[in-house]
Unconditional design. Sequence first.
Length: 256
Amino acid sequence: MSFDSKEQERKNFIQWFIGFTDAEGTFLIQGLNFFKLMLKKIRQKNNSDVSFCFKITQILQNTPLLNYSTLNTNLASLNNNLDPNWVSGFTDAEGCFKVTVRKQPNKIGWGVSASFSINLHVKELPLLHKIKDFFGVGLIHETSDGKAAGVTVVKLRDIINVIIPHFKQYHLQSCKKIDFQLWSQCVEIMANKEHLTNLGLTKIISLKSAINKGLSKELALIFKDVELTERPKYEVSETPLNPYWISGFSDGDSSF
């Protein structure tokens, strides 16, 4: 077969494949740097569909289609156009950095977990999905009454590798940055597995006392001998606010 014939066959295949994908394909984005194309397999009594999918794979491996720049672009630039500073501004308005301490049947009798979440009215569910896609981690949830929804990140590795690095690069500007700093210290203790010891638990209880609303009445009573952390003074940064941060903060907390 001549070069021209092979080239025409390739072009015909690409045109057909676009149509076939339009009908049977699914594009999935996983994290910031990976996506995959899935083709639905029509279940038949024989294995002809399996052979068909195998042939498609062979053809794709030998066509420049997979070398197109649009398929090799870093997906961090394609994650639905949310600016990182906007995300930080919106988090300043609506986000929550939380440390949970509850009784558990383990060696020290207590379990510790950290979470980052943004909770909104259920009508903002599409925005929550965009935020989840931006970070590439977390879970979307809705309340049982269907009135509220949120995106929450609870896996420690996701918090360490995604959430903390983001806010260290794109800074929070409100007093919530203090909560983030104290929360990050708790996460570091957990990363070092110190929270599995009484000394580590005591450190977390002390830090938690200065995060958000502090300790619950129950925890304050149980850990009444723990020296509480003095909440750092909030100081406004002299660096001019990023316009995207202002837009994100306004989206969350402003009123027109």
